[in-house]
Design a protein around this ligand. Structure first.
Ligand code: ZN
Length: 247
């Protein structure tokens, strides 16, 4: 079966719908979401509703999701993220809040697992280095382990040919990688709603649980439309502008 893998949507409905459309056209029949459904963007309720409608769905909570329902301290955020989190908290409908409150920290399925940041510290740790990957390997119960949080398309794997025994790469649009059980793969599909690698297209992926491969996709979407909605509700201008630059 093919799974659409999405993460860090951040209340960006246009980017989410474009990603779902592309992944569905590629054959996705199930959905994996690594958290940070809300925060930063202008449509938290619509995005929660859309994610909740995806079936079958494996989804975990991100630090922004926890913050807006009062399960994590917003003082942990920078000023802009904090302003957006407080606006989101005040804008959430009851069904959206209940949906976010019920999200688990990790989800371990038969052929993959999902956390937001890292296996050892799901809501907080940014997995960015090979050392961190090695320190987290004991928590990788199933390969691939999908993560989000850094908004970067990191793929960490075991590599017997490397002197360090591991490999780290940033996946590019259209790149396919082997994520079989022995590879001990930790894969980040990048961010749907706020990419930070200087490519302003939405980032997402397709996981084939038979072939055990993962393929990355970059998807253009109507950025100007999201920016207009953000300005209409007076979200911080820096958050509006960064969508244009993908950073
Ligand atoms: Zn995020």
């Amino acid at each position: 079966m093919l799974w659409g893998v999405i993460s860090d949507i951040h209340s960006n409905l246009e980017a989410l719908e474009a990603s779902i459309k592309t992944l569905s056209e590629q054959g996705a029949k199930g959905w994996i979401c690594c958290g940070d459904i809300v925060g930063y963007g202008p449509q938290p309720n619509e995005v929660c509703e859309k994610i909740a409608s995806l079936k079958p769905l494996h989804v975990v909570s991100g630090n922004h999701d926890l913050a807006v329902v009062g399960k994590m301290d917003v003082s942990w955020f920078n000023d802009y993220a904090q302003a957006a989190a407080l606006w989101t908290r005040d804008s959430l409908t009851e069904p959206a809040r209940k949906f976010l409150e019920a999200l688990p920290a990790r989800d371990v399925a038969d052929t993959f697992m999902v956390v937001h940041g890292s296996p050892r510290n799901p809501p907080e740790e940014y997995l960015l280095t090979r050392q961190q990957y090695m320190d987290n390997l004991a928590g990788v119960k199933v390969s691939p382990c999908f993560v989000g949080h850094s908004h970067l398309t990191w793929c960490f794997q075991r590599d017997p040919n490397s002197p360090l025994g591991t490999k780290a790469q940033l996946l590019r649009d259209g790149q396919r990688v082997d994520v079989s059980e022995s590879s001990g793969s930790v894969v980040n599909p990048g961010s749907v709603g706020q990419p930070r690698d200087h490519d302003n297209r939405a980032s997402c992926g397709l996981y084939d649980d038979k072939a055990r491969t993962f393929k990355l996709f970059r998807v253009p979407y109507d950025i100007a439309s999201v920016q207009k909605k953000m300005r209409d509700v007076a979200l911080p201008e820096l958050l509006v502008l960064r969508l244009s630059y993908g950073q």
